[in-house]
Design a protein around this ligand. Structure first.
Ligand SMILES: Cc1cc2nc3c(=O)[nH]c(=O)nc-3n(C[C@H](O)[C@H](O)[C@H](O)COP(=O)(O)OP(=O)(O)OC[C@H]3O[C@@H](n4cnc5c(N)ncnc54)[C@H](O)[C@@H]3O)c2cc1C
Length: 326
């Protein structure tokens, strides 16, 4: 990765005017865990056109770019990161077509919904909470298990958020992304690869929207299911802390990562400001002043103990990005 942006690169970036540009922006203020050195440039792009222009500039300038949502699942290196792209308001639009049963054939942008299904198109920058509220108001079912999860549609897809509880993948009909070459591609579900760590997004591509297929229900039923899911989550997670959720991936079957860590008696251990939560063994909490290095050392320690004492290979769920020394 090219280190830093020189004065010329900075003025070129302002010249192409992709949206709001902040230089040397501390990522600790932009991530759920509250850790991270500065982004050489933090850019909130206005729309797809601005995003296209910015990606082209990054390619020309050999600047490494990372697109982010709310930073709920990110650990940014203490030494910082290159260009960080956030999606502006235009990427937050959520729209629905009528339920398949009521829709004229071929509605929903020329696509036919199966009877009883509703198509919802959500921008990648839309917050999950807003997509869920949208579904709840209209009595559309399928995403309730995600209630209480922070993050955006793009981030949740890329991370496979929701894990075992049923995430976005079950509802996705297609994903639209902007390729590194600036082409918009709508990829149907059948051609998408949802692995254990989330949707496989080709390097450098940016998800701009997703089309979801939801089932008509009632606002009351959807609301009740959401409240139950949010309560389950709230009951097992630490509250009011700076964290990034589970730092290790839960296996598809078998013992969840947090239970392995708890069984080994590792709850509450800490390295400086980074502590394994007393409430949930898979959460690393920033108690104040923790660095990315503290978190990574703590995770390495836990991983090592799990391997040696439980024969379990813990895999990162947290996305570690930027100029990491590990
Ligand atoms: C308090 C708390 C609780 C949590 N609980 C859970 C939980 O119960 N279950 C769970 O699964 N997760 C949980 N998480 C993790 C988090 O909710 C998810 O990882 C979330 O979906 C991340 O979304 P985001 O928009 O913040 O993405 P970010 O964290 O900003 O980014 C995550 C990854 O997605 C990529 N990305 C983001 N947007 C795009 C895009 N448009 N195109 C391409 N790639 C993109 C980024 O490059 C990065 O690699 C929790 C996090 C917190 C802070």
């Amino acid at each position: 990765m090219a280190r830093g942006l020189d004065a010329l690169a900075r003025s070129e970036l302002l010249e192409i005017d992709p949206g709001e540009v902040l230089f040397d922006e501390p990522m600790s203020a932009r991530t759920g865990i509250g850790i991270g050195g500065p982004a050489d440039a933090f850019v909130r792009v206005r729309d797809v056109e601005s995003l296209r222009g910015l990606l082209a500039w990054c390619r020309r300038s050999r600047a490494r770019a990372l697109v982010m949502g709310e930073g709920a699942g990110l650990l940014v290196a203490d030494a910082g990161i290159g260009v960080v792209i956030a999606l502006g308001e235009a990427f937050g639009v959520i729209e629905s077509s009528p339920a398949g049963g009521d829709a004229p054939e071929g509605d929903a942008g020329g696509k036919v919904s199966a009877p009883g299904e509703a198509r919802v198109r959500a921008g990648a920058g839309a917050r999950l909470a807003d997509v869920l509220a949208f579904g709840r108001e209209r009595g559309l079912s399928g995403l309730e298990a995600l209630a209480g999860l922070p993050g955006t549609v793009g981030g949740a897809l890329a991370m496979g958020a929701g894990g075992r509880g049923g995430g976005l993948p079950t509802a996705v009909a297609s994903v639209t992304w902007l390729t590194t070459r600036g082409r918009l591609e709508e990829v149907p579900r059948e051609a998408l690869d949802f692995g254990a760590g989330g949707l496989a997004v080709p390097e450098g591509h940016v998800i701009v929207a997703a089309e979801l297929l939801l089932r008509p229900s009632s606002p009351e039923r959807v609301g009740a299911a959401m409240e139950a899911a949010a309560a389950r989550r709230a009951g097992s997670e630490p509250k009011g802390v700076r964290a990034a959720g589970g730092v290790f991936r839960d296996p598809a079957m078998g013992e969840p990562a947090g239970e392995v860590i708890e069984r080994l008696g590792l709850r509450g251990i800490r390295i400086r400001g980074a502590r394994i939560s007393e409430v949930h063994g898979n959460w690393v909490v920033n108690e104040g002043g923790a660095t990315a290095r503290d978190v990574l050392l703590l995770m390495d320690y836990v991983r090592d103990r799990a391997r040696r004492e439980a024969g379990v290979e813990l895999v990162d769920a947290l996305r570690v990005v930027g100029r990491v020394r590990r």
